[in-house]
Each structure stands twice: as C-alpha cells, then as structure tokens.
Design a binder for this molecule. Structure first.
Ligand code: ADP
Ligand code: GLC
Length: 484
C-alpha cells in the first residue's frame, strides 16, 4: 500500500511536541509492515536543511499567488523514508517558530501556509511524481486538516483518494476569520455547518474531521472522551455522529531513540536488571542542575510544554510541601510566560531542591528521564502523552491523572496490582490539589519502601509500547479503505 503521510513536524528534524515523535516513527514502522509510506512536509528551514539530494518535481501556485516547488528527497537521520517537501521562500521557509512570530502570535497567513500543504498533497495525488502514486493520504492534526476537502474538490465531488485524519490534540483547531476563505482555493460550498464552518469561522480541524474517510486519535480513552461535551472542544456532536468512523490507536515508543540500555545521550546506561547506571544518571543530573546530590531524595521531574493542558498549576501548588518532605523537583519546559515565571520563582525560593530549565532541549530531556525517580504528568486532558511512556522505559515511575492516554498506559499501584506485578505508576482522578498531594505522598511512601518501589519500577520498564502494534492497526485501517 502506498501511503502519503502529511504533517507539519517530523522528528528528528522539527519537533515542538509529541506530534513529531509520532510522525517521525510511524512511517518506518508501517514500512516494516508491508506499506510504502512517504511523507509530505512543509519546507520550514529545519526540514529543508535535512532534505538530502532534493529533486524538483514540479512548481505550482497557491491561491494567494505564491510559487511553491515540490521537492523529493530523503530526510537526514532516516534511511528508508522518502520525503516530499514544499519549498516556498517567505511563506514556509521563514526563520523562527514554525507556527508563531517572535511575540508568540500565530502568523497571520497560517491559513495560506497550511492550505498550501493540502494542495501539495493534491499535486502528489494527481501524479506529481511519475514514479510513485499514493493510494491513500494520512494527515495529522489541523495543519493537514484541509487535505480531505481539497482531495474531494480536486476529484470533482469524488475524493481523488481515500483519507485518514489523525487528531493528536482537539484543542488546536486552526481557526481563521471567514474573510480568509477565498485564500484557501475551495469553493464557498465547503463553508457550511456540514463542512468546515465552525461558529462563523473557518476550522481546519473540523475540515479534517468532516471530510476524512476515517478519523483516528492517539488513545482509545481519548477517542471516547472527545465525544463528550467536557473534552469535545465543541466538536463532540460531529464526533458522535462519526462514531463508527472514529477509533483510538495508542502511540508507541521508538526504541531506537528511547532505550536506556543503548541511549547515547545518557551519561550512564542501564536496564531493568542493571539499575546502577540509573543511580549514576541521577547523581549526574543533580550535579548538572545544581540540586543537592542526595542519592535518597526522591527526584520528581517534569518534561513538558508549559501550557494549560498539562495541569502544572497543581505542581506549583504542591511543590512547597514536596520539598518540605525532602523531595526534589526538576522542571524542563517552555511555553506560557506566567508558568515559566512561576516555576523559576520556585527554583529561586528552593535553591538546591528545585531546579528549572526553561527551553526545549531534546538531549537534556533524555538525561532528565534517565535520572528521574518520578515523572509528573497531571494533565487536564492528554490525547496520548509520550512522556509517561518514556518515563516507564527509563525506570521513572509516572504519576499521572486518569485521563486520555495516561489512563490507557499507566496502572495505579494498589495492593492487588502490586501483588500481580502489574502496578506501573501512581494514578489520581481529579484536578484537585488535595488529590494530587495525596498522590505525591503515595509516591514518596512507595519510594521509601525499596522492595515495592523496585517492583513497580521494573514492571514499568518491562512494558512494551510498540510502534509495530500501532502500525498494524493503522495498516488494517488503510486496507479497509483501499479498493482491492
Ligand atoms: P505534547 O505532544 O502534548 O507536548 P507528549 O507527551 O505527547 O505531549 O510529547 C511531548 C514530547 O516533547 C516528548 O517527546 C517530550 O519529551 C518532549 N518535550 C516536551 N517539552 C520538552 C522540552 N522542554 N524539551 C525537550 N523535550 C520536550
Ligand atoms: C499531542 C498530545 C499528546 C500526544 C501527542 C502525540 O501533542 O497533546 O497527548 O501524545 O500529540 O500523539
């Protein structure tokens, strides 16, 4: 099966969150399962820089008039995946953040930039590469939301190709003023409730949800949650109507990148039967971040975008109590200015016991997971969550809220789960500081009980969230849509 994957991010070239981890890992996993997956990416500077031996296939114009070149090549860091990249100086090839300007405001022409991505997919569907033709297009998140609509329009009312649309986060919707509609290159008939209109605006996300043949999201629980008013972000009605086309496929862990027995980014390597290296990683991390080098102070860590979604005000509220009980906290993150400032203030207040690094630092994140005892993920909502999966692999016990993919991947420590060796973390239910504090105390108590701690830690490290399994589910979905 020839599959064209369309996304805005791709690990290892460009990553602002878990989307890149998924779009970077899935093609190779699918190719190992009998698919021929190629990827289409916007020509952001980091993507262009990683495109090797580019060949120009064709040129076309956006509806705003900009000229785009469709390039084909291979991507640095991947051996097997062929890529198409849209090169458009000024429009896509723009320094800085891929989505926002220097003031953290979305670029005013994002609708044009990501409509161009969808029309690029149409070019490939129409035979833009004479040596390879996709049989299905799989788009990720709102950036690729227009793809199914453009395929439908280009096919004159019958989609040129079947499509799958994966929602990694329903909260990011790609909303634009209706005055921008003529820039998209679609006729006004698409601007309707049964289309891409959303409360008087254009919604790229809704376009994907409405026009794709199948919708997936990144965990079974999130697939159910988004059909409720509470977590449906206003799209729950549409998702309920499309229930039979909607499924949840849990993300995996790319073991070539996230494996503590081989990880070259760790100062010391370790495995579930050789945990000495982990203790050394912790000591090295404490030194690196200016935390007191107390081997038996439980080290709680956060690796996260600092946004509303992640529930981090709970951590801010609980941190004083945590350090009073002898624990340490290390935060690696960036995002909302007020959260960045609040965490930095806590680091000042508790020097040696709380450390905070603001920024996005992939290599450092490996060292954090390597040295961490407990990874905190108290999210308000979490479509899948990858950090708890990496934590499990690296022997850091995840402490998570029972929501979305967190609920699907972490088993709470209770007498019965401990006895059956299925306990892998600490799970709490509500966004409530009392409940969260109680969960922290349970984690501390577990830590002070080495034989139980050991069992939970090792059970976590034995978990295997494989991309292979996810790829098989995606491949089955593709098969059901591609005519024999
Ligand atoms: P989300 O996609 O909502 O941000 P995930 O848990 O799915 O959440 O994925 C986050 C990814 O980004 C993980 O690979 C995590 O390690 C990484 N990450 C998040 N913040 C940072 C940061 N400040 N520095 C380095 N990596 C980060
Ligand atoms: C999103 C979600 C996160 C998920 C990731 C990859 O960014 O917030 O939960 O793990 O996408 O699917």
């Amino acid at each position: 099966m020839n599959i064209l994957q369309v996304s805005a991010e791709y690990h290892p070239l460009l990553k602002t969150g878990g989307l890149a981890d998924v779009t970077g890992a899935l093609p190779a996993a699918l190719n190992a399962n009998g698919c021929d997956v190629r990827v289409l990416l916007p020509g952001f500077p980091a993507i262009l820089a990683g495109l090797q031996e580019p060949t120009e296939l064709l040129r076309f114009h956006t509806h705003g008039g900009a000229e785009l070149r469709l390039l084909r090549g291979t991507l640095l860091g991947t051996t097997t995946v062929q890529a198409y990249v849209l090169d458009a100086p000024g429009l896509l090839d723009r320094p800085g953040n891929p989505y926002e300007d220097a003031h953290k405001q979305p670029y005013a022409d994002n609708h044009r930039r990501f409509a161009a991505l969808a029309w690029g997919a149409v070019q490939i569907a129409q035979g833009g590469d004479t040596s390879w033709k996709p049989q299905l297009v799989h788009g990720h998140d709102w950036h690729a939301g227009l793809v199914p609509a453009c395929l439908l329009h280009a096919g004159g009312g019958q989609p040129l190709l079947p499509s799958v649309f994966t929602v990694h986060n329903l909260a990011y919707q790609g909303l634009f003023d209706v005055a921008r509609f003529p820039d998209l290159g679609l006729p006004w008939s698409f601007y309707q409730v049964e289309g891409l209109e959303f409360w008087g605006q254009i919604s790229f996300l809704k376009a994907g949800l409405h026009y794709a043949n199948r919708i997936t999201t990144v965990s079974p629980t999130y697939a159910r949650e988004i059909q409720t008013p509470e977590l449906g972000c206003g799209l729950d009605g549409l998702l309920r109507r499309r229930q039979s086309d909607l499924s949840g496929i849990l993300n995996g862990v790319d073991g070539t990148i996230w494996n503590p027995t081989t990880d070259p980014l760790l100062p010391h390597r370790f495995g579930s039967n050789k945990l000495l290296g982990k203790a050394r990683c912790k000591a090295a991390l404490q030194i690196e971040t200016g935390l007191h080098t107390h081997a038996d102070a439980p080290l709680f860590t956060v690796v996260s975008r600092l946004t509303e979604q992640k529930g981090l005000p709970l951590v801010l509220e609980a941190v004083d109590g945590l350090v009073e009980r002898g624990a340490q906290l290390l935060v690696l993150g960036n995002g909302d200015a007020h959260l960045e400032a609040a965490f930095l203030a806590k680091a000042q207040q508790h020097a040696g016991r709380v450390a905070v690094r603001i920024g996005f630092d992939e290599a450092f994140s490996h060292r954090v997971f390597g040295g961490s005892d407990v990874t905190l993920v108290p999210s308000r909502f979490e479509p899948c969550g990858l950090t708890q999966l990496y934590a499990l692999a690296y022997g850091s016990v995840p402490l998570v809220r029972r929501v979305g993919g967190l609920a699907d991947s972490v088993t709470d420590t209770q007498p019965d789960t401990l006895a059956s060796d299925t306990a892998t973390g600490i799970v709490f239910n509500h966004m409530d500081v009392g409940e969260f504090t109680h969960a922290l105390q349970r984690a501390m108590a577990l830590y002070r009980h080495p034989s139980q701690w050991d069992r939970v830690q090792r059970a976590g490290m034995r978990q295997h969230f494989s991309w292979d399994e996810a790829a098989q589910q995606y491949a089955a979905l593709y098969r059901s849509l591609i005519p024999a």
